[in-house]
Design a protein around this ligand. Structure first.
Ligand SMILES: CC(=O)SCCNC(=O)CCNC(=O)[C@H](O)C(C)(C)COP(=O)(O)OP(=O)(O)OC[C@H]1O[C@@H](n2cnc3c(N)ncnc32)[C@H](O)[C@@H]1OP(=O)(O)O
Ligand SMILES: O=C([O-])CC(=O)C(=O)O
Ligand SMILES: [Mg+2]
Length: 299
């Protein structure tokens, strides 16, 4: 069984695993991934109860195609190894490492995941890893983190802890996150893995949320961590190609293939200059439309 490292992950929704009431049906909101949190959403004296709830939920509930990611506790706590055993035993699809600062952090988790796969008779390699970057050091080590494991499908910016480390705070303008966002997308693309933006906590400020999602989509992120079902439809709307973009991408693909036969390298489509450099982007738009379930064409 080969897990899908490149699957669609426009929204990765955090869920407080301490609350069994939230565990029972988060798939109704249709996030691409659910991130069952054992870390900061769970109070320090509730870690065992959260693990119990996680194990029971993953074992008994059909999450209807949503990817099941478990955010373990940080590697400087006494919890993370037991978190991994519990998550792997229960059947999770992936483990999210918080506060990742080096390739070594990823390798330590990889080793623990590997042991748990053997212990609980899971297929070797069936559990993926993602790494959250939450410090200046992590940002500076982003490329080595991305390249640390074959299991790693992506990295995520965690802005709350990151701005604390930078001795600033979340302003709502995005200025404090500019450098980290740019760095992380570049590192992820260089390593061929996915990249996800941080949560937006000002829940009632829909306008600012929409602006932020638009901005990070244009920067090249694959998706965003979200904390509430209300945020899902906005992210999906912005990250799913619209009809106009799909039709244009189809035209570009067709025209490039046709002109190639005729020995023509550069030409225009709808008044825009097109050459072979646009082929991959147009194909990506079509693939994204297919994965998002909105493609009605024949390519
Ligand atoms: C900085 C970090 O580390 S972020 C990661 C850790 N944080 C988290 O995991 C928090 C996740 N989010 C939440 O717990 C909640 O959304 C809160 C506490 C922020 C707000 O909760 P509420 O005020 O109840 O939100 P709201 O009124 O919009 O909820 C609407 C419905 O969605 C449900 N819901 C809200 N958030 C979630 C979620 N993350 N997952 C699943 N269901 C959720 C609520 O239970 C409620 O369901 P109901 O209508 O059946 O009662
Ligand atoms: O991953 C996230 O966006 C949430 C988080 O832990 C942080 O902001 O520190
Ligand atoms: Mg954090």
């Amino acid at each position: 069984m080969n897990p899908d490292k490149k699957r669609l992950r426009r929204t990765m929704m955090f869920l407080n695993t301490q609350k069994p009431g939230l565990m029972k049906d988060p798939y109704i909101y249709k996030p691409d991934s659910i991130m069952f949190d054992l870390e900061d959403a769970v109070a320090g004296n509730q870690k065992d109860a959260a693990r119990f709830s996680l194990y029971h939920g993953l074992k008994t509930i059909d999450y209807r195609g949503c990817e099941r990611v478990v955010r373990i506790n940080a590697l400087d706590t006494p919890y993370w190894q037991e978190d991994i055993r519990c998550a792997v035993a229960a059947g999770c699809d992936a483990v999210r490492i918080p506060k990742t600062e080096s390739a070594l952090d990823v390798k330590r988790v990889e080793k623990a995941v590997e042991s748990a796969e053997i212990e609980f008779a899971r297929y070797k390699g069936s559990v993926l890893i993602m790494a959250a970057i939450e410090s200046a050091k992590g940002v500076m080590k982003a490329l080595e983190i991305c390249e640390a494991s074959e299991r790693l499908f992506g990295i995520a910016l965690s802005g709350g802890d990151y701005t604390k480390d930078l001795q600033t705070h979340i302003t709502g303008t995005g200025i404090e996150l500019m450098g980290a966002r740019q760095n992380l997308v570049i590192a992820a693309r260089a390593a061929g893995v996915q990249c996800f933006d941080t949560v937006f906590t000002d829940l009632d400020n829909t306008e600012a949320f929409r602006e932020e999602v638009t901005r990070i989509h244009l920067m090249g992120f694959d998706g965003k961590s979200v904390i509430n079902p209300r945020q899902i439809s906005i992210v999906h709307e912005i990250f799913t190609p619209c009809r106009k973009d799909i039709l244009f991408a189809e035209k570009v693909v067709r025209e490039i293939e046709d002109k190639r036969e005729k020995g023509i390298g550069v030409f225009t489509v709808d008044g825009k200059m097109i050459d072979i450099a646009f082929y991959e982007g147009a194909r990506r738009t079509i693939a994204l439309a297919k994965a998002s379930g909105v493609y009605g064409g024949e390519m």
